[in-house]
Design a protein around this ligand. Structure first.
Ligand SMILES: C[S@@+](CC[C@H](N)C(=O)[O-])C[C@H]1O[C@@H](n2cnc3c(N)ncnc32)[C@H](O)[C@@H]1O
Length: 287
């Protein structure tokens, strides 16, 4: 299968997640961050910038019923297991619409749970109906393939991180499982809005703490390319997949090109060039 966008440290595929994952070599990925459809586009309303707006994200986010949604999540999670290295790890983010389904599937497939993170969004939109609590968090599940797998966790780095983006994180204190990180900043949306774009601060934390330099990071639902930006900025290699060409053309690829071209991001600026090596066997095997 041919990559839609291919550069020395990057492969982006435009296609269905399972088809693309099945075309990748087995056990080649160190870290997967997956932000699958939430199946919450049901014609409801939310509030954005003081206005009533539809919650619908796109056709890709509509629920096809419990059984079909379950089968979809089952298949892509299973396909992720095949491409993940034995000591790699997988993150899945979601709201209650999808995260319990994904959690159940992870249990059924025998993954081992490392953590679940409550990502609190201090600037979440207000609730319009005023008949329930305001939704202001997502859940992130972090798993490894087996209980005895040796997943990577940079404990010292996590502990040392300061709370610039997260008022709950105190420097030199262990990182806890509730993270307070705001939704993406305006600059992160300079190429346009993706309806479910994740903040770079969230992805940078995951990439930095759960992978090493030169590791290969995969996002099977890369959307606006946030995981790719976080990976490349921090000297990791990146494979992204998305079925919507528009998101790739208009947002993800331009954002990734910025990281590759500008060279004004810390690791590359200091070294004058990217230090990621492409010689590693598993990356060479990618289509
Ligand atoms: C929740 S969004 C991910 C957003 C991303 N984390 C970001 O920061 O921009 C899910 C993405 O999955 C893509 N998608 C939905 N169904 C897909 C499928 N079957 N195969 C590949 N991508 C799919 C959508 O186009 C959408 O961009």
């Amino acid at each position: 299968m041919e990559a839609y966008y291919s550069r020395k440290y990057v492969r982006i595929f435009n296609g269905d997640v399972v088809e693309v994952l099945n075309a990748l070599p087995q056990e080649c990925i160190d870290l997967i961050f997956a932000d699958p459809p939430y199946n919450l586009s049901n014609g409801g309303f939310t509030c954005h910038a003081g206005k009533r707006v539809s919650v619908n994200k796109g056709k890709w986010d509509e629920s096809k019923g419990i059984e079909e949604d379950f089968n979809f999540h089952y298949k892509w999670i299973e396909a992720c297991k095949r491409v993940l290295k034995p000591n790699g790890s997988l993150w899945i983010s979601g709201t209650y619409h999808s995260i319990y389904t994904c959690g159940y599937i992870l249990q059924k497939q025998g993954w081992h749970f490392i953590n679940d993170i409550c990502w609190f969004k201090p600037n979440a939109s207000p609730n319009l109906a005023c008949r329930m609590f305001t939704a202001s968090h997502e859940t992130l599940i972090w798993v490894r393939k087996k209980k005895n797998a040796k997943h990577f966790f940079n404990y010292e780095l996590a502990k040392s991180l300061e709370g610039k983006e997260d008022f709950l994180k105190k420097p030199n204190r262990q990182m806890r499982s509730v993270w307070a990180i705001s939704t993406p900043k305006n600059g992160e949306k300079r190429y346009g809005k993706h309806p479910t774009q994740k903040p770079e601060a969230l992805l940078e934390r995951i990439v930095l703490v759960c992978s090493k330099e030169n590791d290969l990071v995969l996002d099977p639902f890369c959307g606006s390319g946030t995981t790719g930006v976080a990976a490349l900025k921090n000297n990791r290699k990146f494979v992204g997949i998305d079925s919507e060409k528009d998101y790739l053309d208009k947002i993800a690829i331009p954002r990734i090109k910025d990281v590759l071209n500008q060279g004004n991001l810390s690791p590359f600026k200091e070294k004058g060039e990217m230090s990621v090596s492409e010689n590693e066997e598993e990356y060479g095997l990618l289509p």
